[in-house]
Design a protein around this ligand. Structure first.
Ligand code: HEM
Ligand SMILES: *[C@@H]1O[C@H](CO)[C@@H](O)[C@H](O)[C@H]1NC(C)=O
Length: 486
């Protein structure tokens, strides 16, 4: 039957039915639909759920979370009302959010076996199902972690410092004399460092196309997952396919090279014949790694640049530390590019990096899913529910950081208590790239603070934030950078 020929009477009946359904839903909401619904599904266990509200049927509290200009307000007001463990319902999933160091340790470290990583299916499809972050505990995950770590741990990256040094210098030179979107420029920097860490030093003609595909992929990453011609999602999926082909071509050319020619890097680590990974497994992990490495590092750098511009005494202290490194190298007649040892001597700078990661908390939470009913502190976390450790709430708690909203790098003269400072997570899925991330940030800051001055375009700091999905200064922090000649 064609819908356009539906007799009017039927149409009226359908409208009436829709009205009734609508009012029934409203009624269910007022009498507590979720309490009712969870009781049916969970029986007595429902009584042992943590406090909190589940919002409207199906959509839950998604709107409250996303309509707030700043999702952190949702998390912190919930915590204020219900304490460090509360339930909610977002994006179609019942969730338990937790904001204590003990809970983070329980979920990520001591009982990580009870929780598996979980991402929306559309994101898995876009990055590649066989990428490291989607894997449950087991042999394949352990193997990938070993291979990634072997390419980005300190022993592997110490020989890359000079190379990263050159990338940082040329990035900064390219900024001179124009107003830039700081975040976009830092993304280019982190992208170039990531590509070198993956493919090694040699220039490859396909890098430009690879970058273009990547930019298309990210445009579709947070769009509605509707795979129809013309949508951003569709374009992103096409770009993802092309990325797979580009990486497969690189893999086959490297596989055919003499082992000695293969530059050390993540790709070399993954194509090691002893590991017997398929091309798809390698491609999913390379594409995923770029994703994990780029925007995170770039947003931390953007926040640091903003905080340094707003805190002249802190900037001065960083500058002095960095100039001292240059003087020492001159006195010792060392080569002028930075070494691993130089980057390890940057205590003041490192405290600024840590304080920025605390206060900006660019990864403000993560997701896991309970693989069975889990008991925690007398509460029950039902099987299949999402569990979210709220890093940002922990980082902004006055229980662990006095005057938490204040930017004060000196607080990191003392080591934070275990599981109170988790910018890189903890446990078996914690960030394997943390040393590389800190290295590239230190190197860029060295050149920035000794060779440049910078001012926020339009005068004083834009105070707003945007989320894409990482917290960022509004409009990516428009800035002008000018060389200072000593
Ligand atoms: C400042 C920059 C960075 C921050 C703040 C950051 C943060 C994080 C966090 C919090 C996690 C854990 C997520 C979870 O437990 O669910 C993670 C995982 C990961 N990060 Fe980073 N990251 C950064 C840079 C990098 C870099 C440069 C690389 C590349 C080498 C990288 C590669 C990864 C990978 C592969 C994982 C998944 C590990 C696994 O599932 O076993 N990250 N990152
Ligand atoms: C991760 O958890 C372990 C075990 O609780 C703890 O010793 C360690 O300090 C934690 N790491 C961080 C960065 O807090």
């Amino acid at each position: 039957m064609n819908i356009f020929y539906m007799p009017l009477a039927d149409l009226a009946a359908i409208l009436l039915l829709l009205c009734i359904i609508y009012h029934l839903l409203r009624l269910l909401k007022t009498i507590g639909f979720h309490a009712f619904y969870t009781k049916i599904k969970l029986g007595d266990k429902a009584k042992r759920l943590p406090p909190g509200t589940m919002g409207m049927p199906y959509i839950g509290e998604t709107l409250q979370l996303y309509s707030a200009k700043n999702p952190n307000i949702f998390f912190s007001s919930k915590e204020k009302r219900y304490g460090p463990i509360f339930k909610t319902h977002i994006l179609g999933y019942p969730c338990i959010m937790m904001s204590s160091p003990e809970a983070a340790k329980f979920i990520l470290v001591t009982r990580a076996d009870l929780f598996k990583p979980t991402y929306p299916a559309s994101k898995e499809r876009m990055l590649g199902r066989q990428a490291i972050f989607f894997q449950r505990a087991g042999d394949y995950h352990a193997q990938l972690r070993r291979l990634v770590l072997r390419a980005v741990m300190p022993d592997a990256i110490r020989s890359r410092v000079a190379e990263i040094d050159a990338v940082a210098l040329s990035t900064l030179q390219s900024l001179e004399g124009r107003t830039v979107n700081t975040f976009q420029e830092m993304k280019t920097y982190a992208f170039n460092v990531a590509l070198r860490s993956i493919f090694g030093k040699q220039e490859m003609s396909c890098m430009e196309e690879l970058k273009q595909c990547y930019y298309t992929l990210e445009k579709g990453y947070n769009s509605l997952p509707i795979n129809l011609p013309g949508t951003l999602f569709h374009k992103a999926m096409k770009a993802r396919k092309r990325l797979g082909q580009i990486v497969a071509n690189i893999i086959s050319s490297k596989r055919n090279q003499q082992q000695s020619e293969v530059d050390k890097g993540l790709l070399a680590s993954l194509i090691d014949p002893k590991e017997a990974l398929t091309d798809d497994q390698i491609a999913d992990n390379i594409i995923g790694l770029i994703f994990a490495a780029r925007d995170t590092t770039a947003s931390v750098l953007t926040w640091i640049i903003k905080y340094l511009a707003e805190n002249p005494e802190v900037l001065q202290a960083v500058k002095e530390e960095q100039e001292e490194i240059i003087r020492t190298k001159e006195d010792r007649k060392e080569e002028k590019w930075l070494t691993w040892a130089d980057t390890k001597s940057m205590d003041v700078t490192t405290r600024v990096i840590h304080e920025t990661m605390r206060i900006a908390s660019v990864i403000s939470f993560t997701f896991r899913e309970a693989v069975e009913d889990v008991e925690y502190e007398g509460y029950i976390i039902p099987k299949g529910w999402k569990v979210m450790p709220l890093f940002r709430n922990i980082h902004h708690s006055s229980d662990f950081f006095s005057d938490p909203e204040k930017f004060d790098p000196s607080r990191f003269k003392a080591t934070p208590k275990p599981n109170t400072f988790l910018p890189f997570g903890n446990g078996s899925h914690s960030c394997p790239g943390n040393e590389l991330a800190k290295l590239e940030i230190r190197v860029l800051l060295h050149h920035l603070t000794t060779k440049y001055s910078w001012t926020m375009a339009g005068g004083k700091a834009e105070s707003g934030m945007e989320f894409g999905p990482f917290a960022l200064p509004l409009n990516g922090l428009p800035m002008t950078f000018s060389p200072v000649h000593a």
